[in-house]
Design a protein around this ligand. Sequence first.
Ligand code: NAP
Length: 228
Amino acid sequence: MQRFLFIGANSDMAIAAATYFKQQGIEVIGLSRTECSNEYSQSFQISGLSETDFPQLDGQIDGLVYFPGSVNLKPMRSLKEVDLLEEYKINVLGAFNSVKAYLPNLKLSQQASVVMFSSVAVQLGMPFHASVGMNKGAVEGLVRSLAAELSPEIRVNAIALSLTETKMTQRMVNTEDKKQAIAQRHPLNAIGTLEDVTHMLEFLLTPKSSWMTGQILHLDGGMSGVKK
Ligand SMILES: NC(=O)c1ccc[n+]([C@@H]2O[C@H](COP(=O)([O-])OP(=O)(O)OC[C@H]3O[C@@H](n4cnc5c(N)ncnc54)[C@H](OP(=O)(O)O)[C@@H]3O)[C@@H](O)[C@H]2O)c1
């Protein structure tokens, strides 16, 4: 039986994917700051994302997904160094620490895959996205570096998203007008859904993508590659 580990297990995307994988008979372990729902076969509460915060697990992990992230959209003059450093800890250092912590478990798998999350704002400069761009840009660098260092045993890829409806983006799409306005900025005239993310995770976490590592897959309604 395949066994996945979701860090930041109370992300809306994590819960949607855990529900789907449970139906497929895949065991998913969740780590979160708050209590996890029963989509997870096993779960642990963690107080932070430092090296010492991750509980030791026995046995193989076939897929590790690092969900934690933040959206701090502000003009440059309003971005404080202390906030940028905190966001770097959540988006980047925690990702590094979690892969380091579970490397022995990933090495026990015959098909280990790690997935992280980036943003369309790395490829496409956008106003007020300096914090997102810096942090997710670092995630993309980490993905390529780890993919090189850990191949051929462990694959490492990222999903670079445009706006996907979750609690993180709720206030940007909390009326039909706002939702439509954002959808219209995408060549495919839509914002992302939890199903879109689950499908991509299934592809990246299973042998369906066994010849792929070090890639940043753009799941963004065409925004990064097509002029509207
Ligand atoms: N939604 C979008 O449009 C969008 C666009 C681009 C990229 N992304 C990325 O997609 C990933 C999932 O986000 P989501 O949209 O599913 O958001 P969400 O439902 O709001 O989930 C937020 C995630 O961040 C973690 N988190 C937030 N603050 C934290 C903190 N201070 N310390 C530790 N963990 C913290 C949460 O962990 P807990 O389980 O502990 O709560 C959870 O995993 C993130 O990396 C995000 O940057 C999302």
